[in-house]
Design a protein around this ligand. Structure first.
Ligand code: VGL
Ligand code: ZN
Length: 204
């Protein structure tokens, strides 16, 4: 029987209230994730997992400020505050998330020279993580995506999922975005819809 996976994107301390790159409403997703996990055959969590010299950090580039866009090894890169540094508190999955229901954790963003918003590939689509292989070897044909941030990691994870051939749903009430510019979240949702992602306003 083909199976349905829940992909929980980057529910980590640095992305929720009080974190280095806090996204408004992030903490609200913890009870939702816990409530929804039992309804899926397979549950995956992604984890942004940067070395402390990650080149997406504004701190690594004199003269670059947080939010600036610069060229990183040929790719357009947003400069972020230091966040999700490997083994730090900020990189931990949020307290209260029911880890016992999570089948595997996919770490990404480990190469200091390239960012990795998607749980499937780095931003240059140069290297794949284990996520697609994990899903296929578990007979998954459908994925539903929730988490942080709608306009960054959720967006690129859902786009890569649908491109990889998985029937992909975005659980809208389970997502929160950065909204660096007004309209970013709306544009991200429209891009996912145009790519074939089903946008669900309902809870699963
Ligand atoms: C993310 C910015 C930088 C995310 C990760 O999880 O959406 N955003 N790193
Ligand atoms: Zn990051």
């Amino acid at each position: 029987m083909p199976r349905h996976a829940l992909i929980i994107v980057d529910l980590q301390n640095d992305f929720v209230e009080g974190g280095a790159l806090a996204v408004s409403g992030g903490l609200e997703l913890i009870p939702l994730a816990n409530q929804w996990m039992p309804q899926f055959d397979v549950v995956i969590a992604t984890q942004d997992w940067h070395p402390k010299n990650h080149q997406s950090f504004a701190s690594q580039h004199p003269g670059v400020s947080i939010g600036d866009v610069f060229d990183l090894n040929g790719l357009s890169q947003v400069a972020w505050p230091d966040h999700c540094i490997q083994n730090s508190f900020g990189a931990k999955l949020v307290d209260g998330l029911n880890l016992s229901r999570i089948n595997t954790i996919i770490q990404k963003g480990t190469d200091p020279e390239i960012d990795s918003y998607s749980g499937f590939f780095d931003n240059g689509h140069r290297k794949a993580t284990c996520l697609a292989d994990f899903l296929r070897s578990n007979d998954v044909d459908r994925v539903s995506v929730m988490g942080i941030a709608t306009d960054y990691c959720v967006r690129f994870t859902a786009l890569d999922a649908v491109t990889a051939g998985f029937q992909t749903t975005l659980i809208l009430p389970g997502c929160r975005g950065v909204e660096m510019q007004t309209g970013d979240i709306k544009a991200a949702v429209e891009q996912m819809a145009a790519a074939g992602v089903t946008i669900s306003p309902e809870t699963p």
